[in-house]
Design a binder for this molecule. Structure first.
Ligand SMILES: C[S@@+](CC[C@H](N)C(=O)[O-])C[C@H]1O[C@@H](n2cnc3c(N)ncnc32)[C@H](O)[C@@H]1O
Length: 314
């Protein structure tokens, strides 16, 4: 991420590694499920032949426009649409290609979203407490905070933010919202800081904001839904790349891939041999998760938490 004179850039994370792995067939069809600023799609182009086809989707309408602009002039570009990746199979119905030789999921949010105060994702800038990837659908962060009871709020902050002081923070939020609606990121920051003492303050802010963002966008549910659908739309031999930015996401991806690589056995426990006929659907390429090189982290500190996992459909 680089920001200067109000210009924000999103640097695609591990773009070279992703492109090298995904493009086994230079004339294939490729689908980016989180098109963002179009950075990863653009990084594929130099490896593609003129018959290749590129598709993308994103929940955020601004990202769709941005990604389409980044790909302007690429002869391989077919379509970038506004859609949630949890509805993948339906969305693919509107594409010319229905199966793909490469599919990418780059989870989380882009620097464009983080750095825009009007989106409410950042605890470093004051703005409306929104945090929706698609601002036209569902409850905003302010609505969520206004409606949850104290126990649910504490559980959300503990489970999605892995924040140990969740109960204190939830209590403070509930106390303050009785006095006045919590409608801005700045107000939420003040409330969190009123009960968290240094040196844990920045981490606590990051964790609470992460937790609320995950809940607002139902990120973990969407991830659970998209993984099997991503495999479904891959051609045999097709390749899947997933980049996660925190342990909750990465754990879901890791378990899913392990299960698919073993075969989804549904035999009752205790049977000496498998009789249900399940078989592996993928080969995991990266036994160990791939992390960005130190050089990339120096150039783009946002990359530091990234974890890339790669698999090939059998
Ligand atoms: C890390 S950014 C992707 C950046 C992109 N790879 C690039 O290089 O520019 C993640 C993107 O995923 C989108 N997103 C998050 N959840 C989504 C979902 N459920 N369905 C579709 N897009 C989603 C966000 O709006 C955001 O633009």
């Amino acid at each position: 991420m680089v920001s200067s004179q109000n210009r924000v850039f999103h640097q695609p994370v591990m773009a070279a590694e992703v492109a090298q792995f995904l493009v086994a067939d230079p004339e294939g069809a490729f689908l980016d499920l989180t098109a963002g600023g179009g950075g990863h799609l653009k990084a594929l182009v130099p490896r593609l032949g003129s018959q290749a086809r590129l598709y993308g989707l994103d929940k955020d309408p601004e990202a769709v426009t941005r990604a389409a602009r980044a790909l302007e002039g690429a002869v391989q570009l077919r379509k970038i649409v506004k859609a949630a990746f949890g509805d993948l199979v339906d969305t693919v119905g509107q594409f010319e290609d229905k199966s793909f030789s490469g599919v990418l999921l780059d989870l989380g949010l882009s620097s464009y979203q983080l750095e825009d105060p009007s989106r409410g994702f950042s605890f470093q800038q004051d703005g409306p407490l929104d945090m929706r990837f698609d601002p036209s659908i569902g409850l905003s962060a302010a609505d969520l905070i206004a409606s949850l009871d104290e126990r649910s709020l504490a559980r959300l902050i503990r489970e999605y933010g892995e924040e140990r002081q969740a109960a204190r923070i939830a209590k403070a939020i509930v106390r303050e919202r009785r006095r006045k609606v919590i409608g801005t990121t700045g107000r939420l920051v003040e409330i969190i800081l009123s009960v968290i003492k240094s040196p844990h303050r920045t981490k606590a802010l990051a964790r609470v904001f992460q937790a609320i963002r995950i809940a607002v966008n139902r990120e973990l549910d969407e991830l659970q839904r998209v993984l099997p659908e991503a495999l479904e739309v891959l051609s045999p031999g097709g390749r899947l790349a997933v980049i996660a930015y925190h342990s909750l996401e990465d754990r879901i991806v890791k378990r899913f891939l392990q299960q698919e690589a073993r075969g989804r056995c549904i035999c009752p426990p205790g049977l000496p041999v498998c009789t249900c006929g399940s078989h592996p659907t993928i080969r995991i390429i990266t036994r160990k998760v791939v992390k960005p090189q130190p050089d990339e982290i120096r150039r783009n500190p946002r990359a530091r938490s990234a974890r890339l996992r790669l698999a090939e459909k059998l």
